[in-house]
Ligand binder design. Structure first.
Ligand code: AMP
Length: 582
């Protein structure tokens, strides 16, 4: 069977997908599979495509072409140094690179492809895309619309008729489409957007902010210095990406420039809140386009069954939040927003090859993980509002931070509770951990950053940091995902393996905890259970052993501090584990 590859030929990045053993996969080449859509010409006249070409853009902009997709279907001549090319020819270099990647991986020549284009592409633009394929040695079996491909990528998860909103915000373009899928047939009902809105605009907003800061801080302007501007743009993009998972980031650029003999170092903290403020107007515009797309498809928001996010910029959390407010449910996040168009193209390629069904291989968390805070539950004030950090169906590994504020002046501590579940009231979810975090004296509003890291093995790492002092505590919850299924839930929730340490650089080893309990210091009823626990330690599983060591230490601390009620509680918990071990 002749192989057919699926290609997302994007403005900023391109990807290629193929079906291996019934599963659609993005083809990688010592990278994550994302090929920057950049073409440049090297010293020896050699053509360079991808990341290296993107780097060249900084040094030799006249020898590099970016965003060629914008010129498809026009007669514009594009320059690579002295040489001049049509947009089709430049696109063909990108397609050739993708074709070669595929051939290397599949181990066979590839001469057929499905290529995706935006729904709004005219016939001339589609024809130019076909020609680009032919120049690259690829017969373009079909051209499909990007929202169609994105919708197809999720097809395997739900076979019924669905109305899907595809929200595509990339580096330089924004499209929103309403798509109907019925019996495997995908129809684009409406499509609208803005050809000049995307992540690059958000980067520029941060750059403006940095320029203003430098003007006030150093009394100096860099606007006419391309090399400095290029560094600022890179730093701005890096900060923007970090703010998708963290509430704060610091932009550091040492030796950014010189003023007289003085070296200038840029260091500026940026909060997610501030960044969201900067781009709020743009995001409101995207929501207006959503309204228009709904209107053009004669649909109310409530008629939408699913939302699919496409494009790197949709990782900005505010976007999911706004869509949830408008449509009433959260967007899908199982498939990487950079990949779903290529995955859909790969699935369509599989169909053309006569392969019946093809799944997508994704690792996601089936549960939401979060904490509790003051807020509103069902319109009522509540002390236990569930605040999700890592949402159900998020692709793994996942990292997320949120900032929380103290309520009172000089609040001594916060009780950080970790929950798994979907209910708005944290008390209706499953508590995985509960950690006391001591704070320094500060007025109310003291910021605490809570960070969750959930890996492919279901290990949830938690870090809480007091922003003002940098004091932190860490915890690890093993098997946060797999262990908590159905009936096992309530049995297992008390037996989480928690490694918890307090203080600044907190790396207390388990061994240290183990030797910390001196049995002779304890009243006999406690000494007895501690001895029994120590005898059983070698037979216990690693999880139980860690839990037992922690409880022994808790008992000792409680007894030493004369907190006998706590001591009794820990003793009961330890007794339960010993009973369970038998
Ligand atoms: P695309 O055109 O779909 O490849 O998207 C590229 C754009 O997505 C660029 O502007 C990136 O800076 C942006 N982007 C990638 N990852 C993130 C992220 N985690 N948060 C915000 N923007 C991102």
């Amino acid at each position: 069977m002749e192989p057919i590859i699926g290609i997302d030929l994007g403005t900023t990045n391109s990807e290629v997908a193929f079906i291996f053993d019934g599963t659609t996969e993005i083809i990688t080449d010592n990278d994550n599979g994302i090929l920057p859509s950049c073409v440049s010409i090297g010293e020896n006249g050699n053509i360079i495509v991808g990341t290296e070409a993107g780097n060249q853009a900084l040094i030799n902009p006249e020898k590099t072409v970016l965003s060629v997709k914008r010129y498809m279907g026009t007669d514009q001549k594009l320059k690579l140094g002295e040489l001049s090319f049509s947009p089709q020819e430049i696109s063909a270099f990108i397609l050739k690179e993708l074709k070669e990647r595929a051939e290397k991986k599949i181990n066979r020549p590839v001469s057929k492809a499905i290529i995706t284009v935006p729904a709004y592409f005219t016939d001339a633009q589609r024809q130019a895309t076909r020609e680009a394929g032919e120049i690259a040695g690829l017969e373009v079996v079909r051209i499909i619309n990007e929202p169609t491909a994105a919708a197809l990528s999720y097809e395997s998860t739900n076979p019924e008729t669905r109305r899907v909103l595809v929200f595509d915000l990339g580096g330089g373009t924004f499209d929103v489409s309403i798509v109907r899928i019925e019996d495997g047939v995908v129809e684009v009902l409406s499509s609208t957007g803005d050809n000049h809105l995307g992540g690059d605009d958000f980067d520029l907003k941060i750059v403006d902010h940095l320029l203003k800061h430098m003007e006030t801080e150093f009394n100096y302007s860099v606007k006419d210095k391309p090399a400095v501007m290029a560094r600022l743009k890179r730093a701005a993009e890096g900060a923007k990406i970090q703010l998708s998972s963290a509430p704060y980031t610091t932009i550091e650029e040492d030796h950014i420039d010189k003023k007289g003999f003085k070296n200038l170092h840029l260091s500026l903290e940026l909060s997610r809140e501030k960044f969201e403020e900067m781009i709020e107007e743009d995001l409101v515009r995207t929501m207006e386009s959503v309204n228009k797309a709904l209107k053009d498809a004669s649909m109310l928001p409530s008629a939408i069954d699913e939302i699919i996010l496409v494009g790197g910029s949709t990782r900005i959390p505010r976007i999911s939040q706004m869509l949830e407010e408008k449509i009433g449910h959260l967007p899908h996040s199982e498939i990487d927003p950079d990949m779903c168009v290529a995955i859909g193209a790969g699935m369509q390629a599989g169909r053309e090859m006569g392969l019946e069904h093809s799944g997508v291989l994704v690792d996601i968390t089936p549960y939401t993980f979060g904490t509790s805070a003051l807020g509103e539950v069902d319109g009522e004030p509540s002390a236990t509002k569930f605040v999700p950090l890592i949402r159900r169906n998020t692709k793994l590994p996942a990292s997320k931070s949120e900032v929380f504020y103290t309520m009172y002046d000089n609040q001594k501590a916060v009780d950080v509770k970790i929950y798994q579940g979907e209910a708005p009231d944290a008390l209706d979810n499953i508590q995985l951990g509960n950690y006391m975090f001591n704070l320094s004296d500060a007025p109310s509003g003291n910021e605490i950053i809570l960070h969750f890291d959930l890996d492919l093995n279901g290990i949830l790492k938690i870090k809480a940091v007091e922003k003002k002092t940098g004091n932190k505590i860490n915890a690890v919850i093993e098997n946060a995902i797999s262990r908590f299924t159905d009936e096992e839930l309530s049995d297992t929730q008390d037996r989480i393996n928690g490694l918890w340490t307090e203080g600044r650089e907190s790396e207390t080893s388990l061994e240290k905890v183990q030797t910390g309990a001196d049995v002779n210091e304890l009243p006999s009823e406690y000494a007895d259970i501690v001895r029994r626990a120590e005898e059983k330690l070698t037979e216990a599983s690693e999880d139980d052993r860690d839990e037992m060591i922690n409880l022994v230490e808790d008992i000792r601390d409680a007894v030493m501090n004369n907190q006998m009620e706590d001591a009794e509680k820990f003793k009961t918990e330890l007794d339960e584990i010993l009973f369970y071990i038998g």
